[in-house]
Design a protein around this ligand. Structure first.
Ligand SMILES: Nc1nc2c(c(=O)[nH]1)N[C@H]1C(S)=C(S)[C@@H](COP(=O)(O)OP(=O)(O)OC[C@H]3O[C@@H](n4cnc5c(=O)[nH]c(N)nc54)[C@H](O)[C@@H]3O)O[C@H]1N2
Ligand SMILES: Nc1nc2c(c(=O)[nH]1)N[C@H]1C(S)=C(S)[C@@H](COP(=O)(O)OP(=O)(O)OC[C@H]3O[C@@H](n4cnc5c(=O)[nH]c(N)nc54)[C@H](O)[C@@H]3O)O[C@H]1N2
Ligand code: SF4
Ligand SMILES: [Mo]
Length: 892
């Protein structure tokens, strides 16, 4: 390590990869591309495409640089005083529960700790909830019901040392790419290792699977219920383990026998062939070293907690927990969802893995914090919180590092709630998001590479995020902003920290306070660490109690759990399908999730041109049979409608989804498209135990948008597109690139009306092209011999490789005659049409890959050698694999 570089942790997914950042060039201020930290045990030097593009995302022209009050710049002094005064007033007038924090698994542990302390110990409310409610809440409750604590038993090495890996409701190839690559590498090295993917949809993750069970959406609990029932019938349960370390087995088994009495009953419930389910059952029975790896396909369900326990039951019954290569492994989504759980930053937690319900816990925390106004009971979970806001009971909300106008279900309700709330405070790095648009007070936050603190990944590993770059403008750390408000409310003594280090050691001390092995979360070893030791912290897995500085690789190796009697609990589970099933009126079921190269609401990744190449526009996967029946063409515009609202998406016709099912990504916001926020469709149906919304199962209608013409606009300046039925902004290296659709009634297939839509003067120099036979119409505005605006209209959905056009937009280079012609055509004669980009790192497109395959390349390594695709971060390898069988079809 040199003084010109530093180590930190990737701010995206819960894999928690180590990243090495080279400090900016003092001349240009630009940060060179980041690289993977070879010493970090999560990734050993590798990064996926999002991680390796981090430097690109640091260049943003939309940073929030000063506090804003009702749209006007303000000082930190004024903003924090106004916040403190208003909270004090509403607490006095309406009680502490009139205030709420809505936080995020993307703030650091230190930020989370002070927010939790201020609300629960000093203001006196447990209204501290977070977007982790939408993400990990069911997994947390599942673990707590079974183990008495929110403890992830496994580690990443278990994924490599197991003999059977069941990936349930996870598309890790896209969402936890480095873990997926570790698993894929092990599978290649040891082909006898079996991998099963359980997902109603065929995903990129299926590429390494020996078996894909495309179950009926929401039916997972029946798979595990039958595994339990069959294991008992086949005498495969571990009677000694059950007797020594668990309770409730008989009841859980009795319920499994009733719910899934036979293979046929279970297979029918799950919509599977009996043979397919039996293959899994046989492998399960034969393979003690089994890991179940589960994510949002399990958690985001109205019965998510039960599904988690159905999985855990099977591991307990067979003693497949606390051992190398075995265990129920819930994978965390966000970089620090785990850290939030550690500090107790959820409304139904107290602090440091303690609950209000635990006898003596509230008093213990009060003593430790010297807290004047201790909350004594659970607060409101996210969906309830926004309902209470609409009802007028929550009057001040402080939203930090999350975008609920996009991510919470039923965004119309969220808009109403925020509209009625007396004071909406939003801390964000970005000036313009769908949620900052609803704020009364905006607070500029430092972001990744500027903030200092810790995060915890999916395997309980605490790593440092380091502040390597200066804070822009007046951006401040989130913990600092909270402390400023706390001090102005009169709580100087509890909030006079000078650094993230001081917060962390207090958090560590609380975790160890009167613990003596009673609580799983104990990082007491760090409670006296110096600032230098904090700066030098190497990644370590908790618990790290005093005397065990090396941390803890695996939990429950001794078969002791954190329940009062030390035994793990079986839970009797009745598999239940989602309540809102498709029906005549709402004939489709919508599943939602992620794409490979975007992060959530795109505030970090949405402006990186390289990352938009993989998927440029919001889409819905539709099975070809449904598309044919409804007259929907690939890439055409469709409308999805639910009782909550409606959205416009591009059709992606694909056999990956079953007939009657749709899949849409969650990423597009109103900053990027006019009508594509999919959470608008999702009703506020939640799991009764965890409060986690059922984001994966919404019944909807699907309609083609027939009366539209399609178009592309490239402009040096942002455009007013309110005349368009649909628009989507695609990031580009220069200027603005929009994909649009107009109503046919706007007659955009005439040059005159197309020009009128641009609202530009006739006096400009225009290049024009029209083909009355095809209905194509194209216009380009030229100013001083350079090209400033381009409008294409074509009756059919079409995609034009925009790279070349972008390279010509608004540059002060005189256009040649060939360029002028090529601008109207879309590309010059000598430029290769790459097709859709598959490898983001080397910008290799589908047409280039197919060409190489036609020329005889027939392996991934061969494609890598010919085109370099897949040889950097490897994120596209699953997709490259899909091109290979096509080669056989093409050439045979
Ligand atoms: N590229 C990218 N990576 C990310 C993120 C991102 O935004 N972009 N976000 C991060 C975060 S916060 C999270 S929480 C994780 C989420 O990571 P994942 O959970 O892997 O991602 P999702 O795409 O939400 O959903 C996973 C799968 O669940 C399936 N599914 C839907 N219904 C069911 C069902 O009933 N049963 C089963 N078995 N499966 C079902 C979906 O078809 C989908 O393929 O990703 C993290 N990583
Ligand atoms: N339909 C549907 N809805 C879903 C899901 C789904 O699968 N389907 N998944 C759910 C899940 S698992 C998740 S995790 C959520 C994610 O949803 P959100 O949390 O709403 O999404 P993000 O885009 O990550 O929002 C983070 C915000 O914080 C800002 N930010 C980044 N760093 C910092 C910082 O250090 N400090 C501050 N103050 N701000 C910062 C970013 O600019 C951004 O505006 O979506 C949930 N919603
Ligand atoms: S897998 Fe990718 S997104 Fe996730 S932490 Fe690693 S580099 Fe970041
Ligand atoms: Mo998440």
């Amino acid at each position: 390590m040199t003084a010109t570089s530093g180590k930190t942790t990737c701010p995206y997914c819960g894999v928690g990869c180590g990243v090495t950042v080279t400090l900016p060039d003092p001349q240009t201020g630009l940060v060179p591309p980041v690289s993977g930290d070879a010493e970090h045990p999560a990734n050993f030097g590798r990064l996926c495409v999002k991680g390796s593009s981090l430097a690109q995302t640091l260049v943003s022209d939309d940073r929030l640089l000063t506090p804003m009050i009702h749209g006007k710049e303000a000082s930190w002094d004024t903003a924090t005083q106004q916040i403190a005064d208003k909270i004090t007033q509403v607490v006095k007038d309406h009680g502490p529960d009139a205030f709420a924090f809505y936080l995020s698994g993307q703030i650091l542990t230190e930020d989370y700790y002070v927010a939790n302390k201020l609300a629960k110990g000093f203001i006196g409310t447990a209204n501290v909830d977070t977007n982790s409610r939408l993400c990990m809440a069911s997994a947390v409750v599942g673990y707590k019901r079974a183990f008495g604590s929110d403890t992830v038993p496994c580690n990443y090495e278990d994924l490599e040392s197991c003999d059977l890996l069941i990936m349930v409701g996870s598309n890790a190839a896209w969402t936890h790419p480095i873990l997926y690559q570790r698993i894929a590498a092990e599978k290649k090295r040891r082909p006898t290792m079996k991998i099963v993917v359980i997902d109603p949809r065929e995903t990129a993750t299926c590429d390494i699977a020996d078996l894909h069970l495309a179950i009926t959406p929401g039916s997972d609990a029946a798979v595990y219920s039958f595994l339990l029932n069959y294991s008992a019938q086949a005498n495969l349960v571990d009677g000694d383990y059950i007797a020594a370390h668990t309770e409730g087995f008989e009841q859980a088994l009795a319920q499994a026998a009733v719910s899934t009495p036979t293979l046929k009953a279970a297979a029918d419930f799950c919509g599977l062939e009996q043979q397919a389910l039996m293959t899994l059952v046989d492998w399960w029975c034969d393979t003690p070293k089994t890991v179940s790896f589960y994510s949002q396909g399990i958690n985001q369900s109205a019965t998510g907690v039960d599904k988690c326990n159905a999985i855990i039951n099977c591991h307990l019954a067979t003693g497949r927990i606390g051992k190398v290569g075995a265990g129920p492994f819930s994978i965390t989504g966000q970089p620090n969802a785990m850290g939030g759980r550690e500090v107790g930053g959820l409304a139904n937690q107290l602090a440091a893995h303690m609950d209000f319900a635990t006898p003596g816990a509230t008093e213990l925390v009060q003593r430790f914090w010297q807290a004047p106004n201790m909350a004594t009971q659970n607060g409101l979970k996210a969906v309830d919180l926004f309902q209470a806001m609409e009802a007028g009971n929550v009057k001040v909300v402080w939203i930090m590092s999350t975008n609920p106008m996009v991510s919470l279900p039923d965004t119309a309700q969220v808009r109403r709630a925020l509209g009625l709330c007396e004071l909406v405070i939003v801390s964000d790095c970005k000036a313009h998001t769908d949620t900052t648009a609803m704020a009364d007070i905006l607070l500029p936050a430092t972001g990744w590479s500027e903030k200092d603190g810790t995060v915890t990944n999916s395997e309980r590993r605490i790593s440092r995020q380091r502040g390597l770059l200066p804070a822009p403008g007046e951006a401040k750390h989130d913990w600092w902003a909270i402390c400023e408000v706390a001090k102005r409310m009169g709580f100087q003594s509890g909030f006079s920290y000078r650094s993230a280090h001081e917060v962390f050691v207090e958090h560590a001390a609380l975790s160890a306070f009167e613990n003596n092995g009673k609580r799983d979360f104990d990082i007491g070893h760090f409670s006296r660490m110096t600032a230098k030791e904090y700066d030098d912290l190497v990644p370590v897995q908790w618990p790290v109690p005093k005397g065990r500085p090396e941390g803890t690789k695996r939990m429950f190796e001794d078969g002791r759990f954190f329940t009062p009697n030390g035994r793990a609990r079986f839970i009797a589970i009745t598999p239940t399908l989602p309540q809102n099933q498709a029906c005549l009126e709402w004939p489709f079921v919508l599943n939602t999730g992620r794409v490979r190269d975007q992060w959530h609401t795109m505030t970090r990744t949405g402006d990186a041109a390289l990352l938009s190449n993989h998927t440029a526009q919001p889409y819905s996967e539709i099975h070809p049979k449904d598309a044919k029946r409804l007259g929907i063409e690939d890439k055409s515009l469709v409308r999805l409608t639910s009782p909550q609202g409606s959205v416009l998406l591009k059709a992606k016709i694909s056999r990956a989804v079953a007939p009657g099912q749709l899949f849409a990504p969650i990423h597009w916001t109103q900053q990027f498209a006019n009508a594509s926020v999919v959470s608008t469709l999702i009703p506020q149906v939640v799991d009764p135990l965890s409060g986690q919304p059922e984001s994966k199962h919404t019944r909807v209608q699907l309609q083609p948008m027939l009366e539209v013409s399609y178009g592309l606009i490239m402009s040096a300046e942002p455009m007013d597109l309110s005349d368009c039925v649909y628009w989507c902004r695609v990031p580009s290296k220069s200027g603005y690139h929009y994909e649009v659709a107009w109503s046919v009634s706007q007659s955009v297939n005439s040059l005159k009306s197309l020009k009128a839509l641009t609202k530009e003067s006739e006096q400009n120099e225009w290049l024009e092209y029209q083909n009355p036979l095809t209905g194509q119409c194209r216009l380009a505005k030229i100013v001083n011999h350079t090209f400033k605006l381009l409008v294409y209209c074509h009756p059919q959905p079409d995609s034009i490789a925009a790279d070349w056009l972008v390279s010509k937009l608004a540059i002060n280079e005189r256009l040649t005659e060939q360029d002028r012609l090529a601008i109207l055509v879309g590309m010059p004669a000598n430029v290769e049409d790459k097709g859709e980009i598959v490898c983001s790192c080397y910008q290799i497109g589908s047409k280039q890959i197919n060409k190489a395959i036609m020329a005889g390349v027939d392996t991934i390594d061969g494609l890598g050698a010919a085109l370099k695709c897949g040889t950097n971060c490897g994120s596209c390898v699953p997709e490259l694999t899909r091109f290979l069988p096509m080669a056989t079809e093409l050439t045979s």
